[in-house]
Design a protein around this ligand. Structure first.
Ligand code: GDG
Length: 496
């Protein structure tokens, strides 16, 4: 059997649902975040198994087990929980994953806490996931491990089933060599990557960073460049490596955007906002998303481009995330202070410049917001892809919104065809891009959006899965368009 028809076993840190304790038993709600938004429609479409942590400390034999099993018919795939103790969650998830790998892979060395106990917790939990994969997986399955929390799963799984077919996809960026070198466990991590059959990265830049690390640190590895897919051989192992930019379920966003429900919400929102134009930002609470820089850019735009005053509203949704990690609490305080300062300085009777919502919106409200917005403002300091940028394009069925996008989001490689690209460290540059978005005539806005929509439509989430699974099989579809890395055009004359 080939990976295209094999049963798919997705393995991720979190299951795609959140279990909630209610007064009368348990409830299920959909999980948040990019990985779930991307992969849930894939498994619903193909069926299979999803292995992950259910998000809270649980004991075997509880009523929650029935609730997890019940949803099968509705979802179309099975959920298999990996149970973790509170200490394991602290060391593995809050520790190694989110206080070491997450900041380091986003080039934020200053946010790392290289506590050695985190490393042991990471290994122990990865082994637990691997045991679960071996226990529930069959020989003929294709096992697809997701993201930085589970890099060591293949290494452990192979100790029990050497011939298992296991792929990995990294949703976050892969760092350059000099950043990876700071990691005390760099050798072990690199070796663990090589236990997979196929390694998927989001962009050519991440793939290049990974291959540079391999070439520099493991000179005995043979690297065969095969165009879209590169092969790395080391000892008895051969690993394929490639860039697979993750997409969204374009059709479902477009259909929902045209639905009566979303249209009605959009009209209601328009009535509440009055004639003002919305700049929308939607992010998990995270220091990689450039939220502080975004607020500073908006303040700068109001200071320097006075015509935006009383015309523009920054509607910022921040979804609570990783609330147990102290850095996230202080980031929240910084954001709220800035929102207060901007509103205190610029508000007039009837106009509040920043509308700040610290909560998760219902999908219908999120889509109505995307549809209404004049500008979507994505300012990530670094981001694997950034699905919000793609969702905004899919929902622009009228074709008039402008995407202002960070050069350091993976999405810049594909969306450079129409976005206004900005450096999130350049506050004035971002403020000027907002002004340009407001000044842009309708023809240009439409043309730019059409080009971006074409890419997001063609390279959707189903394209992504097929392309990945074909690469696992050793073939790359003919229609694969090689992605061009985004590099900013620098005008040398300016400096001479
Ligand atoms: C990781 C990587 C990569 C957000 N607010 C609400 C809401 N969302 C949904 C969005 C989107 C998802 O959450 C966020 O996805 P992103 O891609 O922007 O970011 P991460 O969560 O950091 O995801 C990222 C991704 O994995 C996939 O590979 O792109 O780079 O960091 O789908 O719509 N959904 C609802 N209400 C909200 O308030 N319903």
């Amino acid at each position: 059997m080939s990976p295209l028809t094999q049963r798919l076993v997705v393995v991720s840190n979190r299951l795609p649902i959140v279990l909630e304790k209610k007064s009368h038993g348990w409830g299920l709600k959909p999980g948040a975040g990019g990985l779930v938004s991307a992969l849930a429609p894939v498994l619903s479409h193909r069926g299979g198994l999803w292995i992950g942590w259910p998000g809270l400390p649980l004991e075997r034999g509880g009523a929650w087990e029935g609730v997890l099993a019940e949803g099968y018919r509705e979802r179309g795939y099975e959920l298999v929980p990996v149970l973790l103790s509170e200490d394991e969650v602290k060391g593995f998830y809050e520790g190694f994953a989110n206080a070491i790998l997450w900041p380091l892979f986003h080039d934020l060395l200053g946010q790392c806490n290289f506590d050695p106990s985190f490393w042991y917790a990471y290994l122990k939990v990865n082994e637990k996931f691997a045991d679960c994969v071996i226990h529930h997986g069959r020989d003929e399955d294709f096992i697809w491990v997701q993201d930085y929390q589970l890099i060591h799963v293949a290494e452990y799984a192979r100790r029990q089933r050497e011939s298992a077919r296991i792929g990995f996809f990294l949703h976050i960026p892969f760092p350059p060599l000099d950043i990876l070198l700071k990691l005390p466990w760099r050798g072990q991590i690199l070796q663990a990557f090589l236990a997979y059959d196929l390694l998927g990265f989001q962009t050519p830049r991440d793939t290049r960073n990974f291959l540079t690390c391999i070439a520099s640190l493991l000179p005995e590895a043979e690297i065969h460049d095969g165009g879209a897919i590169t092969e790395v051989r080391l000892g008895s192992r051969s690993v394929r490596v490639g860039a697979f930019p993750i997409g969204i379920d374009f059709q479902s966003y477009e259909d929902a955007a045209r639905s009566e429900d979303v249209t009605r919400r959009r009209v209601e929102l328009r009535e509440r906002m009055g004639p003002r134009q919305l700049i929308v930002g939607v992010d998990r609470l995270d220091y990689t998303k450039g939220l502080v820089e975004r607020l500073k850019a908006f303040r700068n735009a109001l200071q320097r481009h006075k015509e935006l005053r009383e015309q523009a509203i920054l509607f910022q949704v921040v979804v609570p995330s990783r609330e147990g990690v102290p850095e996230y609490q202080s980031l929240k305080a910084d954001i709220e202070r800035l929102v207060g300062e901007i509103n205190g300085e610029f508000s007039t009777a009837g106009w509040v410049p920043v509308h700040y919502h610290y909560k998760s919106l219902a999908r219908r409200d999120l889509l109505a917001l995307y549809r209404l917005a004049r500008v979507c403002f994505v300012t990530s300091i670094k981001d694997g892809m950034n699905l919000v940028a793609k969702e905004f394009c899919a929902v622009q069925v009228d074709g008039c919104g402008v995407l202002v996008l960070s050069e350091f989001a993976g999405a810049a490689a594909q969306l450079q065809v129409g976005a206004l690209l900005v450096n999130p460290h350049d506050i004035e540059g971002m403020a000027d891009a907002l002004k340009a978005a407001f000044d842009m005539d309708e023809d240009e806005r439409r043309a730019r959006m059409e080009r971006m929509r074409e890419v997001v439509r063609e390279q959707d989430i189903f394209w992504w899965v097929d392309y990945y699974l074909q690469a696992a099989l050793g073939t790359v579809p003919d229609d694969f368009r090689a992605m061009k890395e985004y590099l900013p055009p620098i005008m040398i004359e300016e400096y001479l």
